[in-house]
Write a protein that binds this ligand. Structure first.
Ligand SMILES: *Cc1c(COP(=O)(O)O)cnc(C)c1O
Length: 430
């Protein structure tokens, strides 16, 4: 949909055609272009973000958004599904092939509803779930008090080791024995290491729990062969499709065949109405892309980039939780640098390095002003950064964290970063 128009409004030669919205709604058009510029000019290091391809963008922006399709292929509640059924079947088949799943549901609107659907499929209100504690890197939907998952269920949590910052499987076993969860949840939003799925399986079996793995963050690495797959071990695997997997905003649930009916019923009619067919098509496109050699190269480069950044920051005296990373993210405790996560994140953003402030395990500070930052390498890898660029990013990060009040330095860096970024045009944006 590359548009080259020379009408009365001048040329619009960017990646995604927006001539019509430019005429009809200048206010929103301008904001989209501003965001596009921001995504070009800044180094995006938020661990859950990425750049989707123009093909994924086009499917997302397609007329499939016009169709209602409550139900599943061949069993819909409205007529006119001749095309949509095919789209959904293809998305499902591609996800099965990509991850080796027995059953796939591609309808969850996003990662949070996917997780809630799993609970709806297997739990009654008041039943026990056991997941990673939110301040240790678990997700809200793994039983946090403020979440429906913590309000409707008896949510127990496991913490990371105080000494190493690693998962302590013996502690998880002890917790599981004590609370006898119906569902044991593995998965995280901020853990820089690989999870031992086999040990989780073993614990789940010992206490008779279902094992659910939420691989929202690292699904792209699994798809690209740069991270072990939880599929052989888990009863149910959920994932968002828009993080390292580089698809549209959405989620899938994968499970063993024996749970297929329960999962499908929980998603619809249990939790949701009609699926977002435009998203389903974009997922199919993204899963097709994720099956290519190019995507495998991307996935291993994401990990190599995170390692390089870790190495650079360690040399500069940064305190990395667990001492490094095996995946796409780093969790940095800034206490020894004399700056809080929030002050650092805000200064870094002004300089053109976008991260989020993040709690570290056993953080003595409050969640809205914690001790750390989280840094991810998926988005920058999608725009072509490799080890050389990650070293430079590490040096920039160090300079800002050392002097977060030096506005002169920050202004100059923002200009340098914007010009540096010009050599790395992101997918989906010209
Ligand atoms: C991001 C994330 C989710 C939720 O995804 P949304 O699409 O934001 O609802 C769920 N679980 C984990 C582990 C995540 O990181």
């Amino acid at each position: 949909m590359t548009s080259v128009t020379t009408g009365d409004l001048g040329e619009d030669v960017r990646g995604f055609a927006m001539d019509d919205i430019r005429r009809s709604d200048r206010e929103i058009y301008d904001l989209i272009r501003q965001e596009e510029q921001r995504q070009c000019d800044k180094i995006r290091l938020i661990a859950s973000e990425n750049y989707v391809s123009s093909s994924v963008l086009q499917a997302t922006g397609s007329i499939l958004t016009n169709k209602y399709s409550e139900g599943y292929a061949g069993r819909r509640y409205y007529e006119g599904q001749q095309v949509i059924d095919q789209v959904e079947r293809i998305a499902i088949q591609r996800a099965k092939d990509l991850f080796g799943a027995e059953h796939v549901n591609v309808q969850p609107y996003s990662g949070s509803p996917a997780n809630i659907a799993v609970y709806l499929a297997f739990l009654q209100p008041g039943d026990t779930i056991l997941g990673m504690a939110l301040p240790h890197g678990g997700h809200l939907t793994h039983g946090a008090r403020v979440s429906i998952s913590g309000k409707y269920f008896k949510a127990e949590s496991y913490a990371l080791s105080r000494e190493t910052g690693l998962l302590d499987y013996e502690e998880i076993r002890v917790k599981a024995r004590a609370c006898k969860p119906k569902i044991l949840i593995a998965g995280h939003s901020a853990y820089p290491r690989i999870i031992d799925f086999e040990r989780f399986r073993d614990i789940a079996d010992e206490v008779g729990a279902l094992l659910m793995v939420d691989m929202a963050h690292f699904a792209g690495l699994v798809a690209g062969g740069a991270h072990p797959s939880p599929l052989p071990w888990a009863d149910v695997v959920t994932t968002t499709t828009h993080k390292s997997l580089r698809g549209p905003r959405g989620a899938v649930i994968m499970c063993r065949q024996q749970f297929a009916a329960a999962i499908d019923k929980a998603v619809f009619p249990g939790l949701q109405g009609g699926p977002h067919n435009n998203t389903t098509a974009a997922m199919a496109v993204a899963f097709g892309e994720a099956a290519t050699q190019e995507f495998k190269d991307y996935a291993s480069q994401v990990v190599a980039n995170a390692s390089m950044l870790a190495e650079t920051l360690l040399k500069r005296g940064f305190d990395l939780i667990t001492g490094g990373t095996d995946n796409h993210l780093l969790l940095v405790d800034l206490t020894n640098k004399g700056v809080t996560g929030k002050i650092a994140a805000k200064a870094l953003d002004r300089a053109g390095l976008v991260v989020n402030y993040n709690a570290v395990p056993f953080d003595p500070r409050k969640p809205d002003d914690p001790s750390g930052i989280r840094i991810g390498t998926a988005a920058v890898t999608s725009r072509g950064f490799a080890e050389t660029e990650m070293f430079q990013v590490g040096e920039w990060l160090n300079a800002v964290v050392s002097e977060p009040d030096n506005e002169m330095l920050i202004r100059e860096m923002a200009a340098d970063i914007a010009s540096f970024c010009r050599d790395f045009p992101p997918p989906g944006i010209n």
